[in-house]
Design a binder for this molecule. Structure first.
Ligand code: ADP
Ligand code: ASP
Ligand code: MG
Length: 416
């Protein structure tokens, strides 16, 4: 994403106390009235200490899921423009209620939709890409002394339609707003204290990380670690924004996602950053050439993962809702002949090509746990294994215990 379009003024790069704080609060963090008030109090306190505050908010709790369910109850294949019109409402509710909570504390806030905040996107409804942000309205509101509340997860296409950025997209909105304002840090407040070496809901003794390299975080996110949306990490890398992921329930430091300064040996250390997983990964088999399948999915902004070409084509579409995949294929006249409901586990380690023992250990550990891989993929930074959906948690725990647990954090990463 370009943080601005040609003709827009270059962002003043600002840091230190003059820079506004750019914060993001996720669904749990604004999950009910009490949480909204707590978030409002945090913002008012920061402003009273002399800082400008721009906060990107997600929809309250699981309200986006509720909107998705409402749409599904009306239509199995709703027009994507109208789906975006519906899904974008959740974030507007959060921002408006938080602005009211701030007013009731004697503060002054203004809520802005994605379009009002100058977030321009393409027209790919449901997974729109940000093209640029014109931050002039955010800046003007800051200059007037307002706390600026920006709806996450949404923007506006060239014709003025509301678009959404894909599930979890508020993380990307926040980093993009920081980049557009020329602010070097973006704090993402969530329901977990830090990035851990695995999802702490699955691995209770996963280690908290105080820092992690952006490349490692991106790989974990791509492998399903839902704590950050992958696009937000890409944007942070592209625009030199450091992300601080921390709990919204306290004041302690969380994890800094920033460059591995001082690394001599980034790769080939066989150091495993973490293990991530997805419970819902599907292997679709279709009787159509791979080129047609790829084009049909790309047209809806859906990216292929694993591909097994042949007389029939088998593919995964990581993280995509099966209904969206079926609709995209159906629209191109392609029928899904078979769908295997699987899960995936990803072992992240930069420089795998120079540390082949990581793949060997991954396969050993799974075999010892009696878990048969359905498919194995490797990249220079990640081993990915498709396994039976009901063995995902076992696989994550076994791999974490063998490859991460007990080790030191590794170069460029520090454990708490
Ligand atoms: P938010 O609503 O604030 O965006 P999310 O639910 O999207 O929050 O992300 C936070 C959740 O991510 C945590 O509750 C945790 O279960 C999950 N998670 C998955 N992998 C990790 C990980 N490696 N470290 C920390 N949390 C993780
Ligand atoms: N509310 C949206 C979702 O649930 C966006 C977000 O929370 O980041 O996916
Ligand atoms: Mg999230």
């Amino acid at each position: 994403m370009a943080a601005r379009r040609s003709g827009e003024s270059a962002p003043r790069s600002i840091s230190g106390p003059q820079a506004p704080l750019v914060w993001k609060f996720g669904g749990t963090s604004v999950g009910d009235q009490e949480r909204v008030r707590a978030v409002a109090e945090r913002m008012v306190a920061a402003q009273r200490s002399g800082r400008g505050v721009v906060a990107v908010l997600s929809a309250m709790g699981k309200s986006t899921d509720a909107l998705v369910a409402q749409a599904a109850a009306i239509s199995s294949n709703p027009p994507l423009r109208e789906l975006d019109a519906l899904l974008s409402v959740g974030e507007q509710i959060s921002c408006a209620l938080t602005a009211m909570a701030i007013a009731s504390l004697g503060g002054h806030a203004v809520s802005l939709t994605g379009g009002q905040a100058g977030i321009r996107t393409d027209a790919t409804h449901g997974s729109a890409r940000m093209l640029g942000i014109d931050p002039s309205r955010i800046r003007a509101a800051l200059d007037e002394g307002a706390i600026v509340l920006v709806t996450g997860f949404q923007g506006e296409s060239a014709n003025g339609d509301t678009t959404t950025l894909g599930r979890g997209g508020s993380d990307a909105s926040a980093v993009a707003v920081a980049a557009a304002l020329g602010v070097r840090e973006c704090e993402i407040f969530t329901d977990v204290a830090a990035v851990h070496t695995a999802d702490p809901r699955v691995v209770p003794d996963a280690r908290r990380l105080t820092t992690i390299r952006p490349q490692e975080m991106l790989e974990l996110a791509e492998a399903g670690a839902g704590v950050l949306q992958p696009r937000s990490v890409e944007l942070a890398m592209a625009h030199g924004v450091d992300i601080h992921l921390r709990s919204s329930f306290g004041t302690e430091e969380g994890t800094w996602i920033r460059g591995g300064a001082g690394d001599f040996e980034v790769a080939g250390t066989a150091s495993v950053a973490g293990v991530a997983h997805r419970r819902d990964e599907h292997l679709y088999t279709v009787d159509a050439p791979l080129t047609a399948v790829a084009a049909a999915l790309a047209g809806r902004g859906l990216a292929l993962g694993t591909v097994v070409p042949g007389a029939s084509t088998a593919v995964t579409v990581p993280g995509a809702d099966p209904a969206a995949v079926a609709a995209a294929l159906d629209a191109a006249g392609i029928t899904v002949r078979d769908r295997e409901d699987l899960g995936s586990v990803g072992v992240v380690s930069l420089g795998l090509a120079r540390a082949p023992e990581v793949l060997a250990s991954t396969l050993d550990v799974l075999a010892a746990a009696g878990i048969t891989p359905r498919l194995v993929t490797t990249t220079p930074s990640r081993v990915g294994v498709l396994v039976a959906a009901d063995r995902v948690d076992d696989a994550v725990r076994a791999l974490h215990a063998a490859l991460v647990g007990g080790e030191s954090a590794g170069a460029g990463r520090t454990a708490a």
